[in-house]
Ligand binder design. Structure first.
Ligand code: ADP
Ligand code: MG
Length: 258
């Protein structure tokens, strides 16, 4: 079953065609990975899906519904969560607080109810707390729970950011370079977390990633992008063997192949 469908998506910044007519669809339950050289347009696709960028043309459908014109918070509310290429956490807050912020899309009570701290707010707070503790246990973060982000090693922050996205209980998770800045061992751990997210939590994942070991370990399908265009889609092995993909990574001029 198709969960997310991107059709002829394009965004131009001045003269730069950052994304130039990209189409793909992601099935429920799969790990779909986007690879490509720096500047290919990978993060831009995530910014288009999470509605931070306005597309020049094209459509995005989620669960059959056109979300191309929805504001970012509505998209989050529908069940699309993400992490960023450069970690975006509140450095002076604790792991727990950052994760509680991940529950934002699920807040039902308004400001006034919070002020008076009614029963409904209290119940809601408990539900959020329980969910957050569940994610902390799932990602083995108990030890860091009350520590400030600024005091944590980079590798742990990456896991916390993943956790914050999971706290939103998404249907689909967009991971922008989950292994960037991690050492070999941390990257292997990340690979296990991503597999568990798919297999144990049943969450669909779209990932942008450079580390080919990680790509091969977890991906069901891979899409290769270059200069904002799709150059290949298929199994990890098929895509890596594709002549246009090899050419793109060797840094050669691929215009003659287009
Ligand atoms: P990557 O595949 O490395 O994630 P990006 O999606 O970040 O690549 O960028 C693709 C291209 O779009 C780059 O040339 C980048 O400079 C350009 N770009 C991305 N966002 C903007 C923006 N907000 N304004 C202008 N150019 C942008
Ligand atoms: Mg990027």
């Amino acid at each position: 079953m198709t969960l997310l469908e991107v059709e002829n998506l394009a965004v131009h910044f001045g003269g730069i065609k950052a994304v130039d007519g990209v189409s793909f669809s992601v099935d429920k339950g799969e790990i779909f990975t986007i690879i490509g050289p720096n500047g290919a347009g990978k993060s831009t696709i995530f910014n288009l899906i999470s509605r931070i960028y306005e597309p020049t043309s094209g459509r995005i459908r989620f669960e059959g519904r056109d979300i191309t014109s929805l504001p970012p918070h509505s998209v989050a509310g529908l069940g699309i969560a993400r992490t960023f290429q450069n970690i975006e956490l509140f450095d002076l807050a604790t792991v727990l607080d950052n994760m509680m912020l991940g529950r934002h899309a699920h807040r039902r009570t308004g400001v006034f109810e919070h002020l008076f701290f009614g029963r409904r707010t209290r119940d809601e707070e408990l539900t959020h707390r329980r969910k957050v503790e569940e994610v902390i246990d799932f990602l083995d973060l108990q030890h860091y729970r009350d520590q400030m982000i600024a005091n944590l090693p980079y590798g742990v922050r990456k896991v916390v950011e993943l956790g914050r996205a999971l706290c939103a209980e998404p249907k689909i998770l967009l991971l922008d370079e989950p292994s960037s800045g991690l050492n070999v061992e941390e990257t292997e751990d990340m690979s296990f977390w991503i597999s568990d997210i798919k297999n144990l939590l049943g969450i669909t994942v779209i990932m942008v990633e450079h580390d080919m070991n990680l790509v091969n370990d977890v991906s069901d399908r891979v899409l290769a992008l270059n200069y904002g265009r799709v150059i290949a889609t298929g199994s990890p092995a098929e895509v890596q063997a594709h002549p246009d993909v090899i050419r793109a990574y060797l840094g050669g001029d691929d215009t003659e192949a287009a």
